[in-house]
Ligand binder design. Structure first.
Ligand code: ADP
Length: 263
């Protein structure tokens, strides 16, 4: 287990006081399985001459409340795995159970619902909508779920922006924010619908070292205060060392899985 000191929240950043149905992180090993992969396989170009298998029967469990890194060389299958975990593409073999539901048995509508109700996404490029303010961007998942935005949702979005240290930026357009601030808006947006699991794909890959450290510290703080489970793909070994668990993929198979290397 890494003993690297937690990065303190900036003094001006309030505690994450947003209401959530998720419980605080349970002690290690005691959480219930949020993700279960049994012999998970992925083939591309099935039936074609160039058919290739890129995930070769992964067995993996993620407990509720874990904060894990997913690392591995380029081409090892991290994005493919994240896409499958995010219900963005199907596996071609094995079993994936998310929050107690075997995803292979779900139709498109049920998959969309499970994705919306269970998962939050943070990408390397924030994908904020440039014509909408920070507040409107954070509210976007509510708009696509409900078709309208209520007073409570607006309050929650404000308190999330407050919690990520952007209370002064609610009405600013993404173009008027720094890269780190934009990514903090993206983190707030990912949390808007109270996901149980946040899947983050190189969330700090586009940021300078200071902003990267700040965004990472923010995710750790959310984990600590709200108990959201995180799986973070990163190339950055220093960030991986600040996670509680490091899962390493090499050539589509698990190469190691455990506490970060203390070195
Ligand atoms: P990583 O995220 O670790 O860099 P990827 O999941 O992107 O790895 O890729 C794993 C392997 O799968 C690579 O060999 C890549 O070329 C292959 N691959 C990824 N997407 C596709 C696709 N849509 N069609 C065919 N091969 C793919």
């Amino acid at each position: 287990m890494s003993q690297s000191p937690p990065t303190p929240a900036p003094a001006s950043t309030p505690t994450l006081s947003v209401q959530t149905s998720t419980s605080p992180a349970p002690p290690e090993g005691s959480g219930r399985d949020l993700v279960v992969l049994d012999g998970l396989r992925k083939r591309y170009n099935v039936g074609q001459p160039n058919e290739t298998e890129v995930l070769h029967g992964l067995n993996l469990r993620l407990n509720t409340g874990e904060f894990a890194a997913l690392i591995g060389p380029s081409g090892s299958g991290k994005s493919t795995l994240l896409n499958i975990l995010g219900l963005l593409e199907p596996a071609t073999g094995g079993r994936y159970v998310l929050d107690g539901q075997s995803v292979a048995e779900l139709d498109d509508e049920a998959l969309t619902r499970l994705r919306r109700d269970t998962l939050g996404f943070v990408f390397q490029f924030h994908h904020l909508l440039p014509a909408f303010t920070a507040l409107e961007n954070v509210l976007m998942p509510v708009l696509s779920r409900d078709g309208r935005i209520g007073v409570r949702e607006r309050e929650r979005a404000r308190s999330l922006l407050d919690a990520v240290g952007l209370d002064q930026a609610v009405d600013r357009l993404p173009g008027a924010l720094s890269g780190g601030m934009q990514q903090r808006v993206a983190v707030a947006r990912a949390l808007m619908l109270e996901p149980k699991l946040v899947l983050a794909d190189e969330p700090t890959g586009n940021l300078d070292t200071a902003s990267s450290s700040e965004v990472f510290a923010l995710m750790r703080r959310i984990h600590e205060q709200v108990g959201t489970t995180f799986l973070v793909v990163t190339h950055d070994t220093r960030l991986a060392a600040r996670c509680d668990r490091v899962i390493e993929l090499v050539d589509g198979a698990l190469a190691s899985d455990g506490a970060p290397d203390p070195g």
